[in-house]
Design a binder for this molecule. Structure first.
Ligand SMILES: NC(=O)C1=CN([C@@H]2O[C@H](COP(=O)(O)OP(=O)(O)OC[C@H]3O[C@@H](n4cnc5c(N)ncnc54)[C@H](O)[C@@H]3O)[C@@H](O)[C@H]2O)C=CC1
Ligand SMILES: O=C(O)[C@@H]1CCC=N1
Length: 276
């Protein structure tokens, strides 16, 4: 259980998912602050989670042991530079969850003495089923790494990357990944209805099948290929469907999609980074 005071800068989708996961794990809502400019959003966060909300980012930083930067990458430079004077007076550990913003940029914007760790979470954090990647350079000590890891483990699994450039790949796989599975499930659901199943039945069957497959993959020691084979009777129905995927170039399409996400992360770093 987390006992530090965590302040989120930005209370949008990903911050809400993390807050839900942290509270489910036992973090007291009184240990969570959210700085958010949108008043309606502040009211929603306070009502839903019982957390303290405020509109002043620097005030949140003053009260924080750990500051979690959860604004859009495009807003981060202005937000981080705005926080910098407050961080010279009181210096919490800063975690940035922004896609594609490099550590060097964050360090330049927040201040050279501020401890900064990059984190890439994903939205299943809300259920404690998240997957997070962390990156910290050599100046971050073991205790600071432990604090960041402890927070992220409260929302799911956490892996450290030694090489920051792999954050772009990790973002493409697990950061964006839930959306790929949702997209695939949407397509299955639509087709299930076209094939005659009711909306409700199609939804239930698709979700339970996705959950069942993911659980089998997690809980079995067999490779994915073997699990797939065990469903695929020679000359049967699964084989007929998988043939269509193969002929349609599914593997290449997935490769292109993840590469596009990885490349977009690099583009964001190049276009939004720097201290000019
Ligand atoms: N949504 C996702 O699945 C994931 C998002 N991320 C990262 O999390 C960050 C936030 O993304 P989302 O939550 O999806 O976006 P969002 O748009 O839902 O949330 C951003 C929040 O920041 C607030 N905000 C805007 N300007 C602000 C300011 N000056 N000070 C304080 N708050 C301000 C907005 O009002 C909004 O509530 C992004 O950097 C994104 O790359 C990372 C992993 C997964
Ligand atoms: O789409 C995005 O840019 C963010 C980062 C990973 C998931 N959502």
């Amino acid at each position: 259980m987390n006992t530090k005071t965590l302040a989120f800068i930005g209370g949008g989708n990903m911050a809400s998912a993390m807050i839900n996961g942290l509270i489910e794990d036992g973090t007291e809502p009184s240990h969570i602050l959210v700085a958010e400019p949108d008043e309606t959003r502040r009211e929603q966060l306070a009502a839903r989670f019982g957390v303290h909300t405020l509109s002043d980012n620097s005030e949140a930083a003053h009260q924080a042991d750990v500051l979690i930067l959860a604004v859009k990458p495009q807003a981060l430079k202005t937000v981080a530079k705005g926080l910098s004077p407050a961080l010279q007076q009181h210096t919490p550990l800063c975690l940035s969850i922004a896609a594609g913003i490099r550590h060097a940029s964050l360090q330049a914007w927040l201040g050279q003495d501020v401890p900064v760790i990059r984190v890439m979470p994903n939205t299943p954090a809300m259920l404690g089923a998240g997957a997070s990647g962390l990156y910290a350079p050599g100046n971050i000590d073991a205790a600071q790494r432990e604090v960041a890891e402890h927070i992220m483990r409260a929302t799911g699994i956490a892996v450290w990357l030694e090489d920051e450039s792999l954050m772009d790949a990790l973002t493409a796989v697990s950061g964006s990944g839930p959306a790929y599975f949702f997209r695939f499930m949407e397509a299955m659901e639509t087709t299930a209805q076209e094939l005659g199943l009711s909306e409700k039945t199609a939804h239930l069957l698709v979700l339970q099948t996705a959950l069942g497959a993911a659980r089998m993959a997690m809980e079995s020691t067999a490779p994915l290929k073997e699990l797939r084979s065990s469903v695929t009777s020679p000359g049967g129905t699964t084989e007929a469907a998988l043939k269509v995927f193969t002929e349609g170039g599914l593997a290449q399409l997935v490769q292109q999609a993840l590469t596009a996400a990885r490349d977009r992360s690099i583009e964001l770093s190049d276009s939004l980074g720097g201290d000019e």
